[in-house]
Design a protein around this ligand. Structure first.
Ligand SMILES: C[S@@+](CC[C@H](N)C(=O)[O-])C[C@H]1O[C@@H](n2cnc3c(N)ncnc32)[C@H](O)[C@@H]1O
Length: 255
């Protein structure tokens, strides 16, 4: 799929991520690439606490919505062979700069999670940390992940919890009262023009199963004790997230 054929919401989100790249993801990239510890999400939960990835040595890995590709870099340092996919050229340009700076090369491909220009059954692990997991249409990117994986391959992804999305105000911030119905929840158009996707648990389990996956784990995350509200992703405070899980990790295995 060429960029002119992308679904309607992709150019809007690419514009938002081009701006985010200039404002903050570029700076965050260097710190993340420099670190050796794998952490997940806005509260930086250590992988050692959740243990969803296991040993990745020798695995062919595709990151769907890699952004500045720091997560792929972490997996590469642990012996995996990652390929990063992302539709935002500015994010990929930062990822390439980081590759040069840190002397760690792996393929970076411009594309969307809904239609990845890579072959069938070429990967052992497909994953996304707030990439395709929230920015791509789940009814397209999850079957696409299944296509890319070998039998028994794993799909691991992190997204906002359904709960935090139900409590998130249109104008910004997260309330302690429900802000929207769960029934019919999927595509969310935010006031700033970005489009996100959030399928509730029942529909997501059905979609994963219909796409050929068995769900192995759903980890609802609370922030680590020393976590603070994120400087940029401050739509949810650490105080809120200590009471309700704001982030969730899914692990599914292709049959
Ligand atoms: C939050 S970043 C994810 C990367 C990194 N894990 C992080 O948290 O910074 C979100 C990325 O999703 C990408 N993205 C937007 N729409 C996408 C789509 N349809 N498919 C795959 N990735 C998409 C954006 O370009 C952006 O780089």
């Amino acid at each position: 799929m060429s960029s002119s054929e992308y679904p309607d919401y992709v150019p809007r989100n690419v514009e938002a991520w081009t701006k985010a790249n200039a404002e903050h993801t570029g700076a965050r990239a260097r710190a993340a690439w420099a670190s050796d510890e794998i952490t997940w999400g806005i509260f930086q939960t250590p992988e050692s606490e959740v243990d969803v990835l296991g040993d990745v040595t020798g695995l062919d890995v595709v990151e769907l919505g890699c952004g500045t590709a720091y997560f792929s870099a972490w997996l590469s340092k642990r012996g995996a062979r990652p390929v990063g996919v992302d539709p935002t050229p500015a994010q990929l340009a930062t990822a390439r700069e980081m590759q040069k700076e840190f002397g760690l090369e792996f393929p970076l491909v411009e594309g969307v999670g809904e239609d990845v220009p890579l072959p069938d059954a070429a990967f052992d692990l497909a994953f996304s940390e707030y990439g395709a997991a929230i920015w791509a249409d789940p009814y397209r990117w999850i079957p696409e992940a299944a296509r890319l994986l070998r039998p028994q391959g794993r799909l691991v992804f992190m997204r906002n919890s359904t709960l935090v999305v139900l409590f998130q105000r249109d104008a910004g911030g997260t309330d302690e009262r429900l802000q929207r119905p769960q029934r019919g929840l999927n595509r969310i158009e935010w006031a700033d023009g970005e489009v996100e996707f959030q399928l509730p648990h029942g529909e997501l389990v059905a979609l994963l199963r219909d796409s050929g996956f068995d769900v192995e784990r759903l980890v609802e995350l609370y922030p680590p004790d020393d976590a603070e509200t994120h400087v940029f992703y401050d739509f949810v405070t650490v105080e809120w997230a200590r009471k309700w899980p704001a982030e969730e990790l899914w692990v599914a295995r292709k049959r």
